[in-house]
Write a protein that binds this ligand. Structure first.
Ligand SMILES: C[S@@+](CC[C@H](N)C(=O)[O-])C[C@H]1O[C@@H](n2cnc3c(N)ncnc32)[C@H](O)[C@@H]1O
Length: 247
């Protein structure tokens, strides 16, 4: 399918697949009190930018789950190069059915992937794997303040409609978590995600010339990046970090 092919070409080999910065990933580790004793799940780990940091800087044992074998392969390679093979364990599986069986885990974490399972669904489902007092943390698209109609229309059609921050905090409380932190990710987090992908678009337009579906996919991504960055959409359709403790 040309549209899927264009998306694959856009994202192939990219290390960062969602808004974020190493500082945010580090803050998640600190807020979740990760250390060398911690057992962590990274849901939708992608090429492993978060898993690698939690394993390297906090010495935690990370179980990284993703359906994409190419991404998981790149994470394994990076872990080997950094001498982290004993800290990072991978599974090519769907987060909806993955179950860590050996013991209770200290943290269930996900940067940019929880929408695939649903924020509330994931919080409720993975509560059973968390020890009492363990942390659930995710970065997730969230409507903040007065969202302009054009921003809302775009994101409603891109996997939405999304909840507000208050609604997500309330969902966490209803699922028996105690929210301990939430913050809107800065513009820099979106730039870090978009920049390398947007830079590929001119060459890909040539490759997909004459292919309406392929070009349509490229246009849609370019429109998203422009809406979020040039149009300031990142403040309204914001990426929010939520950290909550199981109670
Ligand atoms: C938006 S990316 C985020 C990746 C990574 N956390 C990051 O921030 O760079 C979402 C990831 O979820 C993976 N994914 C898609 N569906 C999934 C599923 N059902 N279970 C687990 N992972 C899934 C994709 O392969 C992709 O790597």
């Amino acid at each position: 399918m040309p549209e899927a092919e264009a998306f694959r070409a856009l994202f192939a080999g990219v290390d960062q697949l969602a808004p974020g910065t190493p500082e945010i990933t580090r803050r998640i580790g600190k807020l979740c009190k990760l250390d060398k004793e911690s057992v962590v799940l990274d849901l939708g780990c992608g090429a492993g930018r978060s898993s690698l940091l939690w394993a390297e800087e906090f010495r935690s044992r990370v179980f990284a789950v993703d359906v994409d074998s190419d991404c998981v392969g790149r994470l394994q390679e990076a872990a080997r190069k950094r001498g982290l093979e004993d800290r990072i364990h991978t599974a090519i599986e769907e987060m909806q059915t993955y179950h860590y069986q050996d013991e209770e885990v200290d943290a269930v974490l996900s940067e940019g992937s929880i929408y695939l399972m649903g924020f509330e669904n994931a919080a409720r489902h993975y509560r059973q794997d968390l020890r009492w007092g363990g942390h659930f943390a995710a970065t997730h698209l969230t409507y903040v303040g007065d969202v302009r109609p054009e921003v809302r229309a775009f994101w409603d059609a891109e996997g939405g409609p999304y909840c507000t921050m208050e609604e997500n905090l309330s969902l966490l409380r209803q699922a028996k978590y105690w929210p301990v932190h939430h913050e809107v990710l800065p513009e820099e987090a979106w730039r870090a995600y978009y920049a390398p992908i947007v830079a590929r678009i001119p060459a890909l337009r040539e490759r997909f010339a004459g292919d309406a579906e392929g070009l349509g996919a490229l246009d849609r991504f370019a429109r998203e990046a422009s809406l979020q960055l040039d149009g300031g959409g990142w403040k309204e359709a914001a990426y929010v970090l939520y950290v909550a403790r199981k109670m």
